[in-house]
Write a protein that binds this ligand. Structure first.
Ligand code: GLC
Length: 716
């Protein structure tokens, strides 16, 4: 910790009463009007370290009131001018993928494989949030997940730890910048630490079973990325890991997060998670909850006031030493000093030019969209074609914003009908097409040159507490697909979904298929740009799209079995289930373009290095030529995977260890170079020790996780 900050904290601590110290560890939510006076008294007494600027246990699902900057400045003035030590309040809010300007859901942003764009998006997000009294957001959500039934799959970075880590770094950099005390920067919060994405059955909040080997190699890397990028807060998760609630686990919150990853900031609980230890059956009463969580290394208690109501007694009865409280308070004060809160406690609202933010949101939406199918180059469409837009999403706005958009506005969100009509005036007819609208939808299809079915899932089927058992489209949407098929018209499908839905029986029936996600304010405009070729699609799947939900979990970075059942890679694919083919419908990293890229053989300048070479920083240098042999300038995400053929522990058949998204103009050939060294070629043992072992590696470079083009390198 910086010496000057250390000194200020020491001075403050020496003047604080025990109650005031505990107050810094207390995060109530914004009070309702009837409780505001009582709340102000708490602030005056120094009992409010932070305020959760939203209300309700699942804020992402409910409309939240707009932020009143003057209201929060007034509360802050009481804290600064009337509380015993004038410690400013830290204002936190769920600004997950946009504040006023809504960007695509984080899973979609991940699909862009474009870190610069992700970082820029979060810079815009921080600028708008900080202009609304927000010092701290509870994002990036970094829960690796393989089960699209889980509603929160939309909030995270998908199924790969390496991709998750790179997204984490981009988000933290965008939010915190190089100096988080800058007025237009806000504190990041890596959440939900740890293992929440492994909730059994995709059922939210459910138990998880995660070995340390899996934890270190799959679930932890994204958090390591965030911590290494300087994230100053972490949120602990609701779930237990193999019978141990994270909220009260010293092993996860201190031994791993602090002692192994070197995290220096503070840990905030999830909403009421401290008091929920009783329900998890590890705490008798709220005193237990407080003692266990604080001792584990959980510094701030979100919403349930268990710390405020119990820790004084714990200290008086010597169940908890005041030193433990001091440690937690130091961490909170450290973050407040780093944020510059003592120097700039108030929000001076200014005019923000959001035009550039909408432009960035459009770019982000365009680069997150995945072209899944395009038979005979149906897309892009010519603008003289008569297009029949049919389906429940033709006039939809709200769902395009996705879940966790507390401050986004439908009124700032065009629907696909408006966006397409602007592109091709007089050529677009839009029919919602289900229920009573059957005849008009069929008529519309028959009268069109091309049918574009606008389908998807409601935003309310995604986000927190929104797990679904059926990840398919609704029956009426499936009926629309059938009717379109019967017309014999060329049909494009546009899926406005938060999660990758099951594709069997759906994707088969389209000539072209676009996964548009819940892509934010500019989602519809991005889709229209792609349909008419004003933008060439470049998104890639951040997680596997299964044929059927019954195949879940199905993910690419799986270890090999000794028997022929590696169906992900097609090995005896019929063996996984005797009644269905369980290969991925669309694999991790998959996505099409309007052009075609040809890859050369992989080259390696130095195919053999020693373990010592690697430990001393030497790297394998690999390269491949990628040529654009089609008709469109386009971005390609060149992906590098490894397979550690023989190791002391089983290693995945493929692991993403590099990707580069580059623009390659038509007719152009570029050489793409990768380096593989210590960071990429090792793995964690069950005790958390990182090891690089001698042996052969297959290195694959191609366009998605099923690429077979490889070369062998060797560590001796
Ligand atoms: C919720 C979520 C968490 C969110 C917090 C504050 O329950 O689990 O992601 O940041 O509470 O709203």
């Amino acid at each position: 910790m910086e010496k000057d900050i250390q000194k200020k904290i020491d001075e403050l601590l020496s003047k604080m009463t025990l109650r005031e110290k505990i107050g810094q560890l207390n995060q109530p939510e914004t009070p309702t009007a009837d409780k505001i006076e009582e709340f102000k008294d708490m602030v005056r007494k120094g009992e409010v370290g932070s305020i959760l600027m939203s209300c309700g246990a699942t804020a992402g699902n409910d409309a939240q009131g707009a932020i009143n900057v003057e209201f929060y400045n007034k509360l802050q003035r009481i804290a600064v001018e009337e509380s015993p030590n004038g410690i400013p309040i830290l204002f936190g809010r769920d600004v997950i993928h946009g504040h006023n300007t809504v960007f695509p859901i984080p899973l979609a942003m991940t699909a862009s494989f474009n870190e610069e764009l992700i970082e820029k998006s979060f810079m815009d997000i921080a600028k708008e949030a900080s202009n609304d009294s927000i010092h701290w957001t509870f994002t990036p959500m970094l829960d690796l997940a393989r089960d699209p039934r889980w509603g929160r799959i939309i909030e995270g970075p998908g199924e790969d730890p390496y991709l998750g880590a790179r997204v984490a770094v981009a988000a933290v950099r965008g939010l915190q910048g190089n100096n988080v005390s800058d007025k237009d920067k806000i504190l990041a919060c890596a959440k939900h630490y740890i293992g929440y994405g492994a909730s059994e059955g995709g059922r939210d909040y459910h138990r998880t079973e995660i070995t340390d080997y899996s934890l270190f190699n799959y679930y932890l890397p994204a958090f390591k990325g965030a911590v290494d990028a300087g994230a100053l807060t972490v949120m602990s998760s609701f779930n237990d890991v193999s019978g141990q609630p994270v909220t009260s686990s010293r092993y996860y919150l201190t031994e791993i997060l602090r002692n192994k990853l070197g995290f220096m900031g503070f840990v905030v609980s999830d909403y009421d998670a401290v008091s929920q230890l009783k329900k998890q059956g590890v705490a008798q009463d709220e005193e237990d909850c407080a003692d266990m969580s604080l001792s584990a290394g959980l510094d701030m208690d979100m919403h349930d006031s268990v710390y405020l109501n119990n820790l004084e007694k714990s200290v008086k009865e010597k169940r908890i030493s005041e030193d433990i409280i001091d440690t937690a308070v130091r961490r909170v004060l450290y973050v407040k000093f780093k944020k510059g809160l003592f120097d700039n406690p108030y929000c001076e609202k200014k005019e923000i030019n959001r035009i550039s933010h909408f432009e960035d949101a459009l770019k982000m939406a365009e680069e997150s969209i995945v072209l899944l199918k395009n038979d005979n180059g149906l897309l892009p469409l010519k603008k003289d074609k008569k297009v029949g837009l049919v389906g429940p999403f033709v006039h939809e706005r709200r769902s395009l914003l996705g879940s966790w958009t507390l401050d986004g506005k439908e009124s700032e969100t065009r629907n696909i009908y408006e966006a397409m009509r602007e592109k091709a005036p007089g050529k677009i007819e839009g029919i919602t097409g289900v229920g009573l609208g059957w005849d008009s939808s069929v008529r519309c299809m028959f009268e069109s040159d091309v049918v574009v079915l606008c389908l998807g899932e409601s935003w309310t089927a995604t986000g927190e507490h929104r797990a679904v058992s059926d990840i398919s489209l609704t029956d009426d949407q499936k009926m629309l697909i059938k009717k379109a098929k019967q017309t014999g018209k060329k049909t494009v499908g546009v899926l406005f979904c938060g999660r990758p839905i099951e594709m069997q029986g759906i994707a088969d029936n389209f000539d072209a298929l676009i996964l548009a996600w819940h892509g934010g304010n500019m989602c519809a405009d991005a889709v229209a740009n792609i349909i008419y070729g004003d933008c060439v699609p470049s998104g890639r799947m951040p997680m596997t799209a299964v044929r059927k939900a019954t195949h879940i979990p199905l993910y690419y970075n799986v270890t090999s079995s000794g028997r022929p059942v590696n169906c992900y890679y097609g090995e005896n694919a019929g063996d996984c289930y005797v009644d269905s083919l369980a290969t991925p419908y669309y694999p991790f990293g998959y996505g099409l373009s309007y052009t075609e890229f040809r890859y050369s053989d992989i080259r390696c300048d130095n195919p053999q290095l020693s373990v010592d070479n690697i430990k001393n920083g030497k790297k394998f240098i690999l390269s491949v030529d990628v040529e654009n042999i089609g008709e469109y300038n386009s971005k390609e995400t060149v992906q590098l995977y490894i397979n550690d053929k023989v190791a002391s522990m089983m290693r995945p058949i493929k692991e993403l260890k590099g990707f580069k998204k580059i623009l390659i103009n038509k007719g152009e050939k570029v050489s793409v170079k990768f380096e593989l060294g210590y960071e990429e070629l090792g793995f964690y043992l069950s005790n958390g020790e990182y090891t690089v072992e001698p042996g052969e590696f297959s290195v694959y470079i191609g366009k998605n996780s099923l690429t077979n083009r490889s070369i062998t390198i060797k560590i001796i």
